[in-house]
Design a protein around this ligand. Structure first.
Ligand SMILES: [Ca+2]
Ligand SMILES: [Ca+2]
Length: 254
């Protein structure tokens, strides 16, 4: 995706190893004006969704940020209104992270313009959950950098209907103007089973393959170890679940 002040363009890889312009087919053929953007799988279906922090430096500019849900890797639906994430203030850095450790990704969002009268509070949109399975992978490099930036992940999984699929990720902080954790959160869909994880380490140029990987938990994988280790996390309830009286919707704070 290209975040630009003109109409968004979507270039789709073809079997001929070229790109074809596919904005209309992807339902991205409109002006969106993002200043910051990032991607993450908000519903754990294995397809990356994106959140666009829209805006323009003009003091009078006012239009909502946009949450686009990936529909099976074929197109995007605008779920801004139904998700309650249509923040009207100017958008900047966006990050996706499971901040309350319940297995789904929250959206952390820096908003507000450059002038004091246009400033505004940080936003945190708590994910209500979607009932799908997930896996979070903490990679530790040895020959490759310790943060494992650039390592490539392939997760293969059989879904509840018996279909097998591969889900690909590269260790990175995500899109522009905001950084998601390097720990990779991978949605697996509903009824996931028979999960395998393959890691390609770019410096040692080695591959590891782990089978019978347990789901709905965080595991740590080291470049120099043939075993993965579960990582324990204590719940960190947010908003109403934390008992602070929030009546629902996005959690907000400075
Ligand atoms: Ca998704
Ligand atoms: Ca969460």
């Amino acid at each position: 995706m290209v975040a630009a002040t003109a109409q968004t363009r979507s270039c789709i890889g073809t079997r001929q190893r070229t790109f074809a312009e596919g904005s209309k087919e992807a339902n991205l053929d409109r002006v969106l004006l993002p200043m910051g953007a990032n991607f993450g799988d908000i519903d754990n279906d294995g397809f990356l969704d994106m959140y666009l922090g829209t805006g323009s430096p003009s003091y009078v500019a006012l239009f909502p940020s946009v949450l686009l849900r990936n529909r099976d890797g074929r197109s995007f639906s605008d779920v801004t209104a139904s998700s309650g994430t249509g923040e009207m203030h100017k958008g900047h850095g966006v990050a996706f992270a499971d901040l309350d450790h319940d297995g789904d990704l929250e959206i952390a969002f820096v908003v507000g313009g450059a002038t004091p009268g246009d400033a505004h509070a940080f936003r945190l949109f708590e994910n209500p959950g979607h009932g799908n399975d997930w896996l979070e992978l903490k990679l530790v490099g040895v020959a490759t950098n310790r943060a494992a930036i650039g390592a490539r992940i392939t997760v293969t999984v059989e879904d509840g209907a018996g279909r097998r699929r591969a889900i690909h990720r590269t260790v990175t902080s995500g899109g522009s103007f905001g950084a998601s954790p390097l720990q990779q959160h991978v949605g697996l869909g509903r009824g996931a089973r028979d999960v395998a994880v393959e890691i390609y380490w770019p410096v040692s140029r080695t591959r590891q393959r782990f089978t019978a990987v347990p789901i709905n938990q965080v595991i740590e994988l080291r470049e120099d170890s043939e075993r993965f280790v579960p990582v324990a996390r204590a719940p960190l309830p947010l908003g109403r679940r934390a008992g602070n009286g929030n009546a629902g919707g996005p959690t907000r704070g400075r």
